[in-house]
Design a protein. Structure first.
Ligand code: PLP
Length: 461
């Protein structure tokens, strides 16, 4: 099908409110025409002009099985023809939904019991907050409601999840964060450690700071803690050694629920099926989205652990039905898409591919970038990685933000046919290719990124 690019661009400019886009510049045409993406296959997408791009970020770290998987498209189509929709209220279900839920409970880390479905990572985290509050009301602890998240954590953009997100530009002018959400220090050794402080010492300090924060708020007022196993949008930052052990000890001490936000790390990205398994995290609640359907259909889930679920079930005689749900909770097409995607994840062992190709990718990033004069840190795990650029390596001094170094490098990569993301916090280039990427494809990604970095380095010299 050929489309009229001019007509589509005009319609888009006149009628779409684009997320994370400078509205005035876009309206005035200063950002050029919208990029119309038409097709995709494997790790590549193609725009309406016929330009091929390597998607080194899997959309928004979500198209884990790659583009153009006909098995998933067929599963979606089959379900749409058979039964396009029915709800899951009042004990209604579909075969795909029941099968998916059984699968998720069995494959998720820790002792999981039930799965509640939404459409996005944001709404799933909204559900997690309500579960923390409901759980504490039902067990007679009505003040235990504050939820702690980390600076530079990212948990979504809705009212509660946006409050959990720990970057001020997601709050400014939007009346966030809500007072129920409190932030604690970012687990990033490179920027956060004092001179000479080891990773373990830094992690222990983050644990002590959390302990002091909970004491200050009053343990009787703190209900939950949410964290991504690996910080994602805040800069693709794996935790320092011993971090999750230090944090979990404090949460246990104060009877605070742990929500693992596995929206990025779920289903293989770190090289383990879940980030929690990779880092020895034992969550009470788990959030998944993105990789659950590889974004072939909007579907998210709040996976509820036994400890929490038992309180919910025990309280049912007192409070009646669980009064939370969306029209599309457990959508049968989403469930069919997820089952087809999980078949691929298991059959093709995508966590194993993320581990093996990921090890090669991390080694390549280190080899090609770590010693460059404008690089402060190269980091990552599995098939997620980042390069952080600094003006002064020895004194860890950032570039003047007006130089827009990260954005310029990302643009230079784009001009060379590679999508990699300028992360919003600092001058950071983020990588998260589909989990089906081969070593040759990863080499190509690193090669193009290298040429983009050298181009901007020359401009800065
Ligand atoms: N949690 C994490 C860790 C995420 O990375 C994201 C999105 O990037 C979300 C939650 C929010 O998901 P969504 O954009 O589907 O609402």
């Amino acid at each position: 099908m050929s489309i009229n690019i001019k007509d589509i661009s005009e319609k888009d400019r006149n009628s779409v409110l684009h997320p994370f886009t400078q509205l005035k510049d876009f309206a005035a045409g200063k950002l050029g025409d919208p990029t119309i993406i038409e097709t995709g296959k494997g790790i590549r997408i193609q725009d309406a002009h016929g330009n091929q791009l390597i998607d080194g970020f899997a959309g928004l770290y979500c198209v884990n099985v790659g583009y153009g998987r006909t098995e998933v498209a067929e599963a979606i189509s089959r379900q749409a023809f058979r039964l396009a929709y029915y709800h899951s209220y009042a004990a209604h279900t579909t075969d795909e939904l029941a099968i998916l839920s059984d699968r998720l409970v069995k494959m998720a880390p820790g002792k999981m019991s039930k799965v509640f479905y939404g459409m996005s990572g944001s709404d799933a985290n909204e559900t997690q907050a309500k579960l923390v509050w409901y759980y504490n009301n039902l067990r007679g602890k009505p003040t235990k409601k504050k939820i702690i998240s980390r600076e530079r954590g990212y948990h979504g953009c809705s009212v509660v999840s946006g409050s959990m997100t720990g970057m001020s530009f997601y709050h400014d002018h939007m009346d966030l964060p809500l007072p129920q959400i409190v932030h604690t220090g970012v687990p990033h050794h490179y920027w956060g450690a004092t001179p000479g402080e080891s990773e373990r010492e830094f992690s222990a300090r983050r644990g002590e700071e959390l302990d002091q924060l909970i004491e200050r708020l009053g343990p009787e007022n703190v209900g939950g803690f949410i964290g991504e196993p690996v910080l994602g949008t805040g800069g693709i930052t794996p935790p320092p050694e011993g971090y999750w052990q230090a944090i979990q000890a404090v949460l246990k001490k104060h009877d605070v629920l742990l929500i693992a936000d596995e929206v990025i790390t779920g289903f293989g990205r770190t090289g383990s099926m879940f980030g929690s398994q990779h880092y020895g995290i034992e969550p009470d609640l788990i959030t998944v989205a993105k990789g659950l359907t590889s974004a072939y259909f909007p579907l998210s889930a709040a996976i509820v652990g036994e400890k929490v679920y038992k309180v919910l079930e025990d309280g049912a005689d007192k409070v009646g039905a669980f009064s939370h749900g969306y029209t599309y909770s457990g959508h049968p097409i989403g469930a069919a898409a997820a089952n087809a995607v999980l078949d691929i994840v298991e059959k093709e062992d995508l966590p194993g591919n993320a581990r093996d190709v990921g090890a090669f990718f991390q080694a390549q990033l280190q080899e090609k970038f770590a010693q460059l004069p404008i690089v402060g840190e190269v980091r990552g795990v599995g098939l997620m990685g980042a390069i952080e650029f600094v003006a002064d390596r020895d004194n860890k001094k950032r570039f003047d933000p007006s130089l827009k170094v990260g954005a310029r490098i990302s643009k230079a990569a784009r001009d060379r046919g590679l999508i990699v993301r300028a992360m919003p916090h600092g001058d950071i280039l983020g990588f998260a290719p589909p989990l089906v990427a081969t070593k040759a494809e990863v080499e190509e990604i690193v090669g193009i990124a290298g040429s983009a970095v050298r181009f901007v380095m020359d401009e800065l010299a």
